[in-house]
Design a protein around this ligand. Sequence first.
Ligand SMILES: [Zn+2]
Length: 378
Amino acid sequence: MAYTVSKLTDYSAAALERASAELLSALGDEAAAVKNEADWKGFRDRWMARKDGVLTQINERWLKNAPKEVKRDAGRQVNLIKEQVEQKVDQLKNIEIEEDVNALDHGPEAIGRVDISLPGARRPIGAEHPVIKTTNEMVRVFQKLGYSVAEGPVVETDYYNFEALNFPPNHPARDTQDTLFIAGQQGKPQRERLLLRTHTSPVQIRTMEKMRPPIRIVIPGTVHRNDPPDASHSPMFHQIEGLAVDTNITFGDLKGTLDHAMKEFFGSSVKTSFRPSFFPFTEPSAEMFVSCFICGGSGRRGSDPCRPCKQTGWIEILGCGMVDPNVFEFVKDNGYDPKKVSGFAFGMGADRIALLKYGVDDIQLFFQGDVRFLGQWA
Ligand SMILES: [Zn+2]
């Protein structure tokens, strides 16, 4: 005979215990009889329906008329029962779903339980991160010019990151204020000490060690510096670097290549401008600016000043220069005799270009992993 909730009159601990045990035993029996989805729905409604479910009935028949002094204990007992009922209903629901999945493999009689008219589960589709997207677009520009992609380790030695790139022994970039060093390296000679590469330039040396000239490579990658994070700095960021080495490469080749690449990337109307600069691994060196692609070079947006170019009409995009002959000396044995070959190199920040391109004003947004922000590129 089916279980019914009897009215409680005796509120002693022993009587409460007895009534609870009777109820839970009925719960167990009825749960064991659940065999399919229809059974489960009936079971759920019998125990949990707001109108006349067993849980509603025990509220009515046990709690409502309980004397004040036992109300708390009775309430606690009823709460325990509620938990068990909810757990049982939940548990059987999961079993039911598993059975439905299996039903697809178990012949036509089981398939009847799957509602194939229901819409499928929609899985969110991932998207390229804006920095990766920018990197890929820039890399593609150079690939079309015949450049191939080279990559290298993020944990580098002092030799590849500094020495072979013509940084003098006491250059400030070697200071821990600028560079993140791996701990416990003090016992090693300086050139073997490990650090997180501060630029993608070590890959220039690594590639020249492996490949004889002529080479044309573009090097995307992650780099690290000891910068506290703020709106325009991040201890981890991304560079895109390039190197071309051949006989008779001139500064004219450098200017022509980069001017073409910028027009390809930002649009054919941008102009480029080169201003003298200094880097240890190039001589002469320059910073390259492009005419502001936001205000068209006017420095103003309507009646407002143009912020990205600081009203100058020009935006600094990259550093570049002719490879310093001292750098070739380190790979001379592989065909890079500075008397016979020349080359140019350039490097830019992918994050900075993405900030400018998409009008984002805080670099931290790129690395916080907030799907609401990143989803805008989906
Ligand atoms: Zn501007």
